[in-house]
Write a protein that binds this ligand. Structure first.
Ligand code: IMP
Length: 198
């Protein structure tokens, strides 16, 4: 159950019972707890701390969805590092539109830098598949991906994820930065669309 949210409908969502919440017209069931998410975030940060010591990596967080993952992961990075943000979008409701829009571009020089992209989720892979070549063109010293969630069954454009939190089924998820039509990003856990409620 999500802690600290009210049950009435004019708040963030309606808590149906212990097993479901409603956001707008859809029902979601609990999937990953805050503690499970934190465990994977800490593991990824430890691997990056080990692999990038002395390399002063530049993290590029892709907004909006990755803001919570990026913040928690970056707090667990203990080596010298920088972070900047870009905004890409391709989703409307629970479906990808297939069109990737750059809403806020990159304002940092990545030439010769060790770059780590931070992304909340790889679904079809289209977003990163379009964005990575633009970055490679600027000749970073290295370029790797740290991704919290990956839906391998949905992936149509292969994306080489070096640091992965969870491999998940092809189900729409929300919480921990991920939204359904703008809502649900502030839920500390991850929920998935309830079986049979699509
Ligand atoms: P892709 O380009 O299809 O890989 O989609 C990537 C983007 O779509 C992610 O950065 C998310 O913003 C959004 N997205 C994909 N799957 C989900 C989901 O299950 N819930 C919420 N957003 C999603």
């Amino acid at each position: 159950m999500v802690q600290g949210f009210a049950k009435v409908s004019n708040y963030l969502f309606i808590e149906i019972d212990m097993s479901a919440i409603q956001v707008k017209d859809k029902l979601f069931e609990p999937y990953l707890t805050a503690s499970e998410i934190n465990g994977q975030v800490q593991r990824l940060a430890a691997e990056i701390n080990r692999d990038y010591a002395g390399k002063k990596p530049l993290f590029i967080a892709i907004l909006n969805g990755s803001f919570m993952f990026s913040s928690d992961l970056f707090k667990a990075i203990h080596i010298e590092a920088e972070i900047c943000f870009i905004k890409l979008a391709s989703y409307k409701g629970t479906k990808s539109t297939g069109q990737v829009i750059t809403a806020i571009g990159l304002d940092t020089d990545i030439h010769d830098r060790h770059v780590i992209i931070l992304e909340d989720i790889v679904d079809t892979g289209k977003t990163l598949n379009e964005f990575l070549p633009q970055l490679r063109h600027q000749q970073p010293a290295s370029l790797e991906l740290a991704v919290l969630l990956h839906k391998p069954e949905a992936t149509r454009f292969p994306v080489p994820v070096k640091y992965l939190g969870f491999s998940i089924p092809d189900k729409f998820v929300l919480g921990y930065g991920l939204d359904y039509d703008g809502l649900g990003r502030n839920i500390p856990e991850i929920y998935k669309l309830k079986e049979g409620a699509e």
